[in-house]
Design a protein around this ligand. Structure first.
Ligand code: MLT
Length: 386
């Protein structure tokens, strides 16, 4: 029998969507998948070439180090300084991750006790909520509202929750809403975390997917290192979701806590993948990321315009490769997604899958080839005409 903790969890959102999608495909529907944020573009060639060379070296076939190769952590610190102007000590303030999802899940195990509270944004990446439940702690869902640009309204959090909470997660650029955060927003979170002595976890997986203004790191706010840890991913930046590589930077005690958990449950990232990661973080790779940004911007403009033409309401943002759209009139987000799949073979993610406050919206991920995105927009148009 499953443990009571595991039985309290819903099925993982994208596993559930995969099932519905596979069933539709089996019944002969030509499915266009705009659900999971899994880039269609290839990993840049120099990264693949580096992996190939690195995989040939016998010394890379042994166990990696738990915290990650020092050369990888140095490359991370140099990238971080170039990108955000913030310095981290590669020896104590950086850790390699088997994808940011892994680190996000494990940080909860390092710091939450049964009965504790973590503050979880709703809608939000399901792992913040689910990892909290797995530790036996309780998530306090703080709703992100459109009128607030999907930022947390701290005044709505009851005082006893603020006093008791051990962890708060933020994620800007935001999944699923695509909202960004201003300097003032981030300043507020750091102030809040310090005032209530809460571990501030920032998920910055979408830091490089923007149109013009570069998103900030939580560490651009003075004093953040006292309370924060930030999770980064190579997945979305370099189209490397399948490679499973990311990293965390931040307060050295928090990095150590994460390392203590990880050394008990995993054995680190394959060295050859870390060497490829070093290659990805070199300055000359920026041209590939810039190209990705241009493709995403073009797709976003196209899809937003075609949805608006048929009267759908889109939340306007210049971040991430997601579009956050109001439901079809008179339908819940699950019904909207079901109707899309059943009637036009287009898979989108219901907003309620990201939490109750996501009801009212569905998410489109622009991670399919241009011609499929165009075809999806035609089918959506036809659905409306009919
Ligand atoms: C998403 O589509 O929300 C994410 O890409 C899923 C994930 O990273 O696990």
């Amino acid at each position: 029998m499953l443990s009571s903790r595991l039985s309290r969890l819903p099925k993982y959102l994208f596993a559930e969507i995969d099932e519905a999608k596979n069933e539709a495909m089996r019944s002969g529907i030509d499915v266009i998948d705009l659900s999971i944020g899994d880039p269609d573009l290839p990993t840049p060639r120099p990264i693949i070439d580096t992996l190939y060379e690195a995989a040939l070296k016998p010394e890379n076939h042994k166990y990696p180090s738990y915290a990650g190769m020092i050369s990888f952590r140095k490359a991370i610190s140099e990238w971080f300084e170039r990108r955000f102007g913030v310095l981290f000590d590669p020896n104590s303030e950086i850790i390699a991750l088997i994808g940011s999802k892994e680190g996000i899940a494990h940080i909860h195990w390092a710091y939450l006790e049964e009965g504790d509270i973590s503050i979880v944004p709703d809608p939000g990446y399901p792992v913040y909520n689910n990892a909290t439940i797995l530790t036996g702690a309780t998530p306090y869902k703080v709703p992100l509202r459109e009128e607030n640009n999907f930022f947390i309204d701290f005044d709505t959090i009851p005082e006893d929750v603020k006093q008791k909470a051990k962890i708060i997660f933020i994620n800007y650029p935001n999944n699923p809403t695509s909202a960004g955060a201003s300097y003032e927003n981030l300043e507020k979170v750091v102030w809040f975390a310090k005032k209530y002595n809460i571990i501030l976890c920032s998920d910055l997986a979408y830091s490089e997917i923007y149109e013009d203004e570069k998103p900030l790191s939580i560490f651009n706010i003075p004093g953040a290192k006292d309370v924060a840890i930030e999770f980064h991913s190579l997945s979305k930046t370099f189209n490397m979701t399948g490679w499973r590589v990311g990293f965390a930077v931040g307060n050295k005690n928090l990095i150590n806590g994460l390392l203590a958990i990880k050394s008990n449950v995993d054995s680190g990232v394959f060295n050859a993948i870390q060497e490829a990661g070093i290659r990805a973080l070199q300055p000359d790779m920026e041209k590939y990321t810039q190209e990705t940004r241009e493709i995403i911007s073009r797709r976003k403009k196209f899809m937003t315009e075609s949805l608006e033409k048929i009267g759908l309401k889109v939340y306007k943002s210049k971040y991430t490769f997601y579009i956050w759209v109001k439901n079809l009139e008179g339908h819940s987000s699950k019904d909207t997604a079901k109707k899309f799949l059943k009637e036009i073979g287009v898979v989108v993610t219901p907003g309620s899958g990201f939490g109750e406050a996501g009801e009212g919206y569905f998410r489109i991920s622009l991670t399919a080839p241009d011609d499929r995105i165009k075809e999806a927009s035609e089918r959506i148009k036809k659905l409306f005409i009919s």
